[in-house]
Design a protein around this ligand. Structure first.
Ligand code: HEC
Length: 166
């Protein structure tokens, strides 16, 4: 009897854990979504908020985008708003790629956040994620850039705008 009860408790706990794990948004996800929603003090790539067509190299399904840099990340932009050749983004840099559908409706934030001490950072100090407009998590920081950083590895400190939009 006692054993049955214990089995029941363990199974329910496991089930609850699995259910909550699936839809879980971590604290870092919540913080980065909030930071990405904000647009004040961001600088646009090439100083332009024009919505561009994604390049042939883009790994995102949405066809259009534009890219912006928070104040720390913008220290690695030159006067033209392009990333400098020897760029090393400082800790706290946030780069947000706003993704749009073909009717220019905003749908997704794809982000890179430099935070080497973060438990979700990859070996090069970048935290990667994608969020829906309403804050839903498409790719959580906990994936540690899986499906992002290998494609980005050829860029300037892992950024590809200069390569595809020189
Ligand atoms: C198949 C290659 C590829 C994959 C995979 C990929 N990207 Fe990108 N990404 C690009 C390219 C190319 C650009 C330049 C803009 C464009 O052409 O869309 C870019 C631009 C960006 C930018 C703007 C900053 C910059 O200069 O690179 C961010 C932020 C970004 N991607 C985040 C992500 C995240 C997060 C993931 C994973 C969910 C990801 N990317 C997966 C190719 C890729």
């Amino acid at each position: 009897m006692k054993t049955n009860f214990l089995v029941l408790v363990s199974c329910s706990t496991l089930l609850l854990y699995l259910i909550s794990g699936c839809s879980k948004k971590t604290e870092t996800d919540a913080m980065l979504y909030d930071l990405s929603k904000e647009t004040t003090d961001f600088v646009w790539y090439k100083n332009s908020d024009e919505i561009l067509e994604s390049s042939s190299g883009s790994g995102h399904t949405e066809p259009k985008f534009r890219t912006r840099y928070n104040t720390l990340a913008a220290t690695q932009l030159n006067a033209e708003g392009k990333v400098v050749d020897n760029a090393v983004f400082p800790e706290g840099s946030l780069i947000v790629k706003d993704l749009f559908n073909n009717k220019d409706n905003f749908c997704t934030y794809a982000i890179m956040y430099k935070d080497s001490d973060n438990e979700d950072a990859d070996a090069d100090g970048w935290v990667w994620a994608t969020y829906k407009e309403n804050g839903g998590v498409k790719k959580s920081v906990t994936k540690m850039g899986d499906g992002c950083n290998s494609c980005h590895s050829g860029g300037l400190d892992f950024t590809l705008m200069n390569t595809y939009f020189p």
